[in-house]
Design a protein around this ligand. Structure first.
Ligand SMILES: Nc1ncnc2c1ncn2[C@@H]1O[C@H](COP(=O)(O)OP(=O)(O)OP(=O)(O)O)[C@@H](O)[C@H]1O
Ligand SMILES: [Mg+2]
Length: 166
């Protein structure tokens, strides 16, 4: 399994070094790499972020309010594309502009926002502060958070350190 993941991930990243977003959906901290129709890996460049994110998603998934999770894994430094060494496996849910734009700004949208934040507060006592496009998705008709990362901007030093590695 990990060989397949490493192979897929390297292919996606290597096509365009430095332009991770071109081949892997990527936000500020995570590269999202589908493995098949149902499962993807989420790769992070620091272990702590991966661990915290994984713990929250696993906890919420146990209450049915997050995509399911598989294992965590670390890529060896010598065999790692870019600096995304730390990953975990996630279930893929419906996510993206098509599902999001269909509800954006409607009464349903505000209700979903409230429901998701309440769900997470009840399940894992976590305040979801980054509601919006790309951070929520739908599984069997139920809307849920897909981004369990910390909602914080990196410091300039952290950003510089990261870009120096590219
Ligand atoms: N479980 C999932 N199912 C489907 N798509 C997902 C899932 N998790 C993440 N994605 C996709 O990957 C993108 C990046 O994931 P995520 O939002 O967790 O990363 P991030 O780096 O924390 O993002 P940002 O900081 O920009 O909000 C998401 O915007 C979404 O398009
Ligand atoms: Mg996000």
């Amino acid at each position: 399994m990990s060989a397949i993941i490493i192979g897929k991930f390297k292919n996606m990243i290597k096509k365009d070094r430095g332009e991770v977003t071109r081949n892997a959906l990527s936000g500020i901290s995570c590269a999202f790499v589908p493995i098949n129709k149902k499962w993807a890996v989420k790769m992070y460049w620091d272990e702590e972020t991966r661990d915290e994110t994984y713990e929250r998603q696993a906890g919420a998934a146990a209450h049915g309010v997050a995509p399911s999770v598989g294992a965590c894994f670390d890529l060896p430094e010598s065999d790692c594309p870019e600096d995304y060494r730390y990953g975990y496996i996630t279930e893929i849910v419906e996510c993206g502009s098509e599902v999001f734009n269909a509800i954006y700004g409607t009464e349903e949208y505000w209700a979903i926002w409230t429901e998701i934040t309440d769900d997470l507060e009840a399940a894992i006592n976590w305040k979801f502060e980054d509601f919006g496009f790309g951070n929520v998705g739908r599984k069997n008709g139920k809307w849920m958070c897909v981004d369990f990362g910390n909602f914080k901007m990196r410091t300039m030093d952290q950003q510089k350190e990261r870009y120096a590695k590219r």
